[in-house]
Each structure stands twice: as structure tokens, then as C-alpha cells.
Design a binder for this molecule. Structure first.
Ligand SMILES: Cc1ncc(COP(=O)(O)O)c(C=O)c1O
Length: 408
């Protein structure tokens, strides 16, 4: 088989991998190239387009975790005050990322599912209440609501497919009535990559008894996000996708007016006020989002996520978003030029995010396999192949991907 330019076998005889040093295109004009080269060794081995699943870590994130491991291995808990500083910095960064009024509005949670479950188990449900979601949610934003069936809660699914045509926002709002306690939707749908107009929905719900909850895992870190501008009451996301961080550490934003409105179901020393007084027999849940954090924090991951966010915030999330958009536009334009390609993702720029999903007729499996064999990291989703580039992917990598698809 003739190899497309830019491909060769690894010295260890492993699978064929793309090697950017063999690429014909010149990416050295990119002012971010030195940072990309220093922070993303993943690009030396793969064309990594799987940021909607699990992202590779930047080099500084690996170093942060390594330093933490070295410290605790050598000195045990001696550096505890520094760990607490790191945690404070992380909260600041997360608060900034979602535009919370301050770090006291964000809780560190294990994942998105845990954050969404805090809302589902925390609201005071009455039989006959309902929740509005869409027909394209990841299980984590469906199951917590479906689990309320035994309390007489109905889950309503708004039509959001086909992703390029359905007026998803209007369909969501149409399902809302006086018994709707919460509208819970993902900012970007995991399969099709459709971005929802959060502001349009949040504006309609603001001032009504219906709360607005956003699963932001498929956009946080990739694009600017403003919980207050979209009138979100709750936001949940995890660190391992567009935030380029570790698995098992996410963020839960709770609008200040809701802090006392969610019934708590988990208890432990870390959420108590006064904080750190293990002899106190009188305590209250913290008046901040720390009330959602019952026990010992995930300190290793706090270090890793703080490092990842430092990179994103150094580049600037605005700029990250512009670059992702440029990459997505490039990919869509290339795919539209190929015969027999069906785009599942919306082509309307207002509905695009960082995910491009495409079907290749009865060649979809073949194309997917050809990409994987060539070291292109993608996944099958929504009946097609899902491409999810981040800001550091080189445009030349996307051209390679298009070549492989054409050849397949
Ligand atoms: C939209 C969406 N929500 C939630 C999740 C996962 O949630 P968690 O952070 O709980 O693993 C995913 C993972 O793919 C997702 O795409």
C-alpha cells in the first residue's frame, strides 16, 4: 500500500503514525507553534482529534503531577499549605472560566454526572413536576432525571435532530410549562456537535420558577462561557475533555441564590463550617459551594487541572475558541469537497462548536479504520466519525486527515 506523504512506521514497528516533521505544509508561521511544540508531545505521534472524549495533557500538566508526586513521596503532607494554595488558584481559574461571581460559587466535584446529580437530588420535587432535556443528551444528563420517576417526575425530550435543521431552542421552550422545575441541556451535543443558544433559553427562563442547568463539558475550555450572561443556575463540566486536564475532577457552578435551595445528600468534615475544627459539635454546611464537597479533595488532580487551565488561560479562551473554529471550518470545507460525505454536524456557523461528525455512506467503517490505522485519533459517534480538534492541532494535520479519507 502506498503511504500518504507524512506517514511512516514507528521505529518500534508499531502502527503507522503521522509524523509532522515529514509533512509538506509549513506550520511554522503560526505564532503559537513554539508553545504547541513544547506543550503537546502528543502531536509527534498522533493526529489527535479526540478532545470530545479524553484529551492528552499538556507537558506542564504532566510536570505538575510529577512534582506533586515527588513532593508527597519525599515529604508526606509537609507541603499541605502549598496544596491548599493550589486548590485556591484552581477555584479562581474555574470561577473565571465560567464567569462566576467568585470562587465561592464553584465546587470541585468528581465529574459532570456528580454535578448534575446534585441538582436532580437536591430539588424539592412534587409528583407531576417535569424536567425538559433534549433528545440528544449524553446519559449523564438523562439518567439523573429519569431516576426521579418514582417521585412522579416526568422527563420531556425536545427534538434536536437532525442537528442542522431542528429549531432545538424553540422545541425546548415549547415543552416548558408551569410544572417544569428545570431545563437541563448540554451546551454542545456530544454526538452531533450542535451548539445550543444558551442565552436564548436562559433569557426566557430568567425570572420564572424554572431553573436552568447546563452540562458544559463539550464546550468549557474550548469557547468562552459566561454562566451569568446565559442566566444559568447550575453548570457542570469535567476536566478531561476541552480543559485538557485529568479525569475524575470536574466543576459545579451554583448560582448564589440557589446555594441554600439544593437539599444536601452527602456529608463530611470538608463541607462543614467552622472549617477544620474537628472537635466542633455544632456545625452548618458551608455558606459557599464547598457545601457540595463532603470529604478530602482530589489533590493530585487539583494540581494537574490547575496546570492545564493555566495554559488555556495563558493562550486566552477567546483565542482558543477562534482557533478551534478555524480548524472546524477547515475540516468542514474539506469534507464538503469530498464526494459521498454526509455531515451530521450543523454547517450553520452559529450552531457549530468543536465537533464535526460525518458519515461516509457504506464506507463509514472503512474510513474510520483507515484513520485509526494511520494514527488519527477519532471515535465513532452518531452513526459517523467524530472529529474534535483543539486549538493546538495544526491545519496540516487536518489536510492529512482529508487525504486519508479521500484515499479510503
Ligand atoms: C455531554 C456530555 N455530558 C457528560 C459526559 C460525561 O460526564 P462525566 O464527566 O460524568 O463522565 C460526556 C462524556 O462524553 C458528555 O459528552
Amino acid at each position: 500500500m502506498a503511504l500518504p506523504a507524512g506517514f511512516r512506521g514507528l521505529p518500534d514497528g508499531g502502527p503507522l503514525r503521522y509524523t509532522p516533521d515529514m509533512a509538506t505544509e509549513n506550520h511554522h508561521d503560526d505564532p503559537l507553534e513554539p508553545l504547541v511544540a513544547a506543550e503537546f508531545p502528543v502531536a509527534e505521534r498522533h493526529i489527535y482529534l479526540n478532545h470530545a472524549a479524553i484529551s492528552p495533557w499538556p507537558e506542564r500538566t504532566r510536570r505538575a503531577l510529577q512534582d506533586f508526586a515527588d513532593g508527597i513521596t519525599r515529604d508526606g503532607s509537609l507541603h499541605f499549605p502549598e496544596w491548599q494554595d493550589k486548590e485556591r488558584q484552581l477555584r479562581q481559574r474555574l470561577a473565571h472560566l465560567v464567569n462566576a461571581p467568585g470562587p465561592e460559587s464553584v465546587a470541585l466535584v468528581p465529574n459532570t454526572s456528580a454535578g448534575l446529580s446534585l441538582v436532580a437530588t437536591g430539588l424539592d420535587w412534587r409528583p407531576g413536576d417535569n424536567v425538559v432535556i433534549t433528545d440528544s443528551e449524553f446519559p449523564s444528563n438523562r439518567m439523573p432525571w429519569e431516576a426521579l420517576a418514582d417521585q412522579g417526575v416526568e422527563v420531556r425530550e425536545a427534538a434536536c435532530t437532525p442537528a442542522g435543521e431542528a429549531d432545538c431552542e424553540a422545541n425546548v421552550l415549547r415543552l416548558v410549562d408551569e410544572r417544569t422545575r428545570v431545563v437541563s441541556i448540554s451546551s454542545v451535543q456530544f454526538g452531533t456537535g450542535r451548539a445550543l443558544d444558551l442565552e436564548r433559553i436562559g433569557r426566557e427562563l430568567a425570572g420564572t420558577p424554572t431553573a436552568f442547568c447546563v452540562d458544559a463539558i463539550q464546550s468549557l475550555g474550548a469557547f468562552p462561557f459566561d454562566a451569568r450572561a446565559v442566566h444559568a443556575d447550575f453548570v457542570a463540566a469535567d476536566g478531561h475533555k476541552w480543559l485538557l486536564g485529568p479525569e475524575g475532577l470536574g466543576v459545579f457552578y451554583c448560582a448564589p441564590e440557589w446555594l441554600e435551595g439544593l437539599r444536601l445528600h452527602q456529608w463530611g468534615w470538608h463541607m462543614a463550617e467552622p472549617f477544620g475544627d474537628f472537635d466542633a459539635r455544632q456545625w452548618e454546611p458551608a455558606p459557599t459551594a464547598r457545601r457540595f464537597e463532603p470529604g478530602t479533595p482530589n489533590t493530585p488532580s487539583n494540581h494537574a487541572l490547575e496546570a492545564s487551565l493555566s495554559l488555556l488561560q495563558e493562550v486566552g479562551v477567546d483565542r482558543v475558541g477562534e482557533r478551534i473554529r478555524e480548524r472546524v471550518d477547515h475540516l468542514i470545507a474539506g469534507l464538503e469537497d469530498l464526494p459521498g460525505v454526509e455531515l451530521i454536524s450543523p454547517v450553520d456557523p452559529d450552531r457549530r462548536a468543536g465537533i464535526v461528525t460525518a458519515r461516509f455512506g457504506d464506507r463509514t467503517d472503512t474510513v474510520y479504520q483507515a484513520l485509526r490505522d494511520a494514527g488519527v485519533q477519532v471515535l465513532p459517534r452518531a452513526g459517523g466519525v467524530r472529529f474534535a480538534p483543539h486549538f493546538y492541532n495544526r491545519l496540516s494535520e487536518l489536510d492529512r486527515v482529508l487525504e486519508i479519507i479521500r484515499a479510503a
